[in-house]
Design a protein around this ligand. Structure first.
Ligand code: UN1
Length: 542
């Protein structure tokens, strides 16, 4: 029997004892050096769809906990980096098996903790499985190069070397898939990991960390600590002390810039996946039968809480009225509810109260900004009902879909990422103006266009300022093996996923072996084929 089958279900411990409809209250811990540590300074993780449901209580890492974690990760690194890469890959393969077996339970924990639909949560776990399967076999590649030398009897080669202890600071909206994009490639390359979970998703993080445990990673290779932004800040001090060699962060542009400064002072390149205000162009020849449902999901899916969610729909004037009326009709049917209790909803609650506050504020300032509100009236409640809501709206942080029009490039509504189910209609007169708008903001994460014209597709591909672009598809929904990341305010050029992420967790090591029987110097003793007398050591020494 394989190790994986022998072990008890990792997540059953969380879910079986359940008396409530959602599951038991999880007694949270850090995972430090292979052991669960209960810790101190507890905070609660609440189900955002039903605030009476406490998902669990979790410790906030103290300075002492962080010290202990950094030491454990550093000690584990010295052994883990020497484990042959294909063997490291086997451990990742076992992780994929555990995730596959636990998929349903894990998805329920994600949905309970951050409120995305079960279908999306299953997708998140699947994305982690795909990532594990991809990197399992990368353990048998991790290719370096052999390079011809300019001198005889000399060999040149390159190796990928791990960096050391990697600190992963992750966000709440993709609390499973995005951490997998960071942790799995870091591990296959021979690094060890300290994962600081999102304060809004510690139960998801712990359940994922337990899967790594079950898969048999040695103690200290994957460590998990919890806490808010301040804990993250304390962790970053270890970069300056030279004890953490890599930081990978998904979150806001403002925090990303600060992390960039800290890492820059230590001459490190962090991986930064930051915000977005993603444009979706509807050109006049767009196939609206496809463009309408795609735009609805692109804007409002996950309650607009993806960094790849559409922020501005840029529409050619000839098709503007038709698009607007069809979009509004489709949006009026959007179903909202508690994702563990209601079937077939497009989205659930906002993840956290601060997202709700930020969302409600934009309804105020958006009007002053000059936007015309076509629909959307804030928080759904018994007093402020929404027709397609099922369940108790007062129980959670639910908001209605929101649509603005009359939005222009220089407006705050156009420029600012809101992180909620809100989008702007922007009318343009030409393709060139559409492109100017699509590039007219400080972000550059995702982008999309709907057109049937192959020449415009090419124009769009060549001129859009974004890390990712879709043609006749949503701005969301990246696949697990294509490079993910942005430009401008959306990131620093590093990429996650696929083979490209390996550059973020390895450094190149150039090695030469000289088998010649005498000293030979590159450039100076090289025979360039121009028949010059070679300069030799003998000429310099009597
Ligand atoms: C994010 O919002 O941080 O492409 C990541 C997508 C998802 C990942 C989004 N697969 O929409």
């Amino acid at each position: 029997m394989s190790k994986v089958q022998k072990l008890k279900s990792t997540t059953d411990a969380f879910l079986k004892a359940s008396k409530s409809i959602y599951g038991p209250e999880i007694s949270g811990s850090h995972l430090i050096n292979g052991k669960l540590k209960r810790g101190e300074n507890f905070f609660q993780s609440l189900n955002p769809a039903d605030l009476s449901d406490v998902v669990g209580s979790f410790p906030s890492a103290s300075k002492k906990d962080i010290d202990e974690t950094v030491k454990a990760a550093a000690a584990a690194y010295e052994k883990w980096r020497k484990v042959p890469a294909p063997v490291r890959g086997n451990a990742i393969g076992r992780l994929a098996q555990v995730l596959e077996r636990e998929k349903e339970n894990l998805a329920k924990i994600i949905t309970r903790e951050i409120g995305k639909t079960l279908k999306e949560s299953l997708g998140e776990v699947q994305e982690a499985i795909d990532t594990a399967l991809f990197f399992q076999s990368e353990g048998r590649r991790l290719y370096g190069q052999t390079v011809p030398s300019e001198l005889p009897q000399k060999e040149l080669m390159t190796y990928r070397r791990p960096l050391g202890v990697c600190l992963m600071i992750t966000a709440s909206n993709f609390p499973f898939a995005v951490p997998s994009w960071k942790i799995i490639p870091a591990l296959i390359a021979g690094n060890t990991v300290i994962w600081k979970s999102s304060q809004d998703a510690p139960a998801t993080a712990l359940s994922f960390a337990m899967c790594f445990q079950e898969a048999g990673f040695p103690a200290g290779v994957v460590n998990l600590i919890h806490g808010d932004g301040e804990v993250g800040q304390t962790c970053l001090e270890y970069v300056e002390k030279g004890l953490v060699q890599k930081v990978s962060f998904t979150g806001s542009t403002a925090v990303g810039k600060k992390i960039g400064e800290i890492c820059g002072r230590a001459l490190q390149i962090p991986s930064l996946e930051l915000g977005g205000k993603n444009p979706l162009i509807i050109y006049k020849d767009a196939d609206l039968d496809k463009a309408i449902p795609t735009s609805i999901v692109s804007c409002y899916g996950t309650a607009g809480q993806r960094c790849t969610s559409t922020g501005n729909i840029i529409i050619h004037k000839d098709i503007y009225d038709e698009f607007k009326s069809k979009f509004m009709k489709a949006a009026s049917g959007i179903k909202i509810g508690n994702p563990l209790l209601s079937k077939n909803i497009l989205y659930g609650p906002l993840i956290a109260e601060r997202y709700l506050q930020n969302f409600l504020k934009h309804l105020e300032w958006g009007k002053k900004d000059g936007g015309r509100l076509l629909f959307g009236n804030g928080r759904i409640s018994k007093k402020n009902p929404y027709p397609n809501f099922s369940g108790d709206p007062d129980a959670g942080w639910f908001v209605t879909p929101t649509l603005w029009e009359g939005v222009k490039k220089d407006m705050r509504l156009f420029q600012e990422e809101i992180f909620g189910p809100t989008v702007n209609l922007v009318k343009v007169n030409s393709f060139d103006e559409a492109m100017e708008c699509a590039n007219g903001h400080d972000y550059g994460l995702s982008s999309a266009i709907f057109t049937e014209d192959a020449h415009l597709m090419l124009e769009f591909k060549e001129n859009i300022q974004a890390g990712m672009s879709s043609i006749n598809n949503s701005t969301t929904g990246a696949e697990a093996h294509l490079p993910f990341g942005g430009i401008k305010g959306s990131g620093n050029g590093t990429r996650e996923s696929g083979i490209w992420v390996l550059d973020s967790y390895t450094r190149w090591h150039a090695v030469n072996v000289d088998l010649a029987s005498q000293l030979q110097l590159a450039q100076m003793d090289t025979d360039y084929g121009d028949f010059r007398e070679p300069i030799s050591f003998k000429d310099w020494v009597k």
